[in-house]
Design a protein around this ligand. Structure first.
Ligand code: ZN
Length: 233
């Protein structure tokens, strides 16, 4: 194989290996951070807190109605028992009874409202739990797809790496060093095919002499503008 053709093949392998490596890093990042699952988990926690608060509020409202009922019962018992005979005292107790019955009505209304609010919060909590479950399931499917892709890329990478090793073994050491240096300096692209009499990497139009030089694939010819190795194969 002619030297420059050899280098061009190496460049093609390296370009694919670079892309493969970038995609593997992307997949690693995607696997590391599950934003949607995090948001759904936080949503469920907030819904749970709200439901617990409303549960407490409902219990307090229930306790208040029980207290009023108890007080009313006590007074009714005293009035029915006949132990209170003083008419003024009876009147005071009857007034208190009226007041307590009004308070009980209010407390019962508040308890019903608290119960409705609790039921609403419980329904929201259940919906949030179902949402988290669905998001988790979707995420698991997605992760399986990413893991399969990563596995495929790793296998492809091993194949490419073996081919690369074989190619490099046949290259003169100093030529390989030039190639590696250019790769580092030129964003990974050391060899540029000639297309329409121009360097396909930087677009510079090549002189007739340079085109002629590039046609000899046994000698390295460089682009005068970007410095890459020209490949006119
Ligand atoms: Zn160029």
């Amino acid at each position: 194989m002619a030297l420059v053709h050899h280098l061009y093949e190496l460049q093609r392998l390296d370009t694919e290996l670079d892309a493969l490596q970038r995609r593997l890093e992307e997949i690693r990042a995607l696997l590391a951070f599950a934003a949607e699952v995090e948001a759904a988990r936080e949503g469920l926690e907030a819904a749970r807190r709200r439901a617990r608060e409303r549960q407490r509020a409902f219990q307090e409202a229930e306790a208040r109605t029980a207290q009023y009922r108890q007080k009313i019962q006590d007074i009714e018992r005293r009035l029915a028992g006949g132990t209170v005979r003083n008419p003024r005292q009876v009147l005071v107790l009857q007034q208190e009874l009226e007041y307590l019955r009004r308070k009980l009505d209010e407390a019962e209304e508040a308890a019903i409202a608290a119960l409705l609010a609790l039921e609403e919060a419980q329904a929201e909590e259940e919906a949030a739990a179902r949402h988290l479950e669905a998001v988790r399931a979707r995420r698991q499917e997605q992760e399986a797809v990413w893991n399969q892709e990563a596995e495929r890329l790793r296998r492809r990478g091993e194949t490419l790496q073996a081919r690369r090793d074989a190619l490099v073994a046949h290259l003169p050491q100093e030529v390989y060093a030039v190639y590696q240096n250019l790769r580092r300096q030129k964003a990974g692209l050391a060899v540029a095919p000639v297309e329409d009499h121009a360097c396909s990497a930087c677009g510079a139009v090549l002189s007739a002499r340079r085109l002629q030089e590039a046609a000899n694939l046994d000698v390295l010819t460089y682009c005068a503008q970007c410095g890459r190795i020209l490949y006119a194969g």
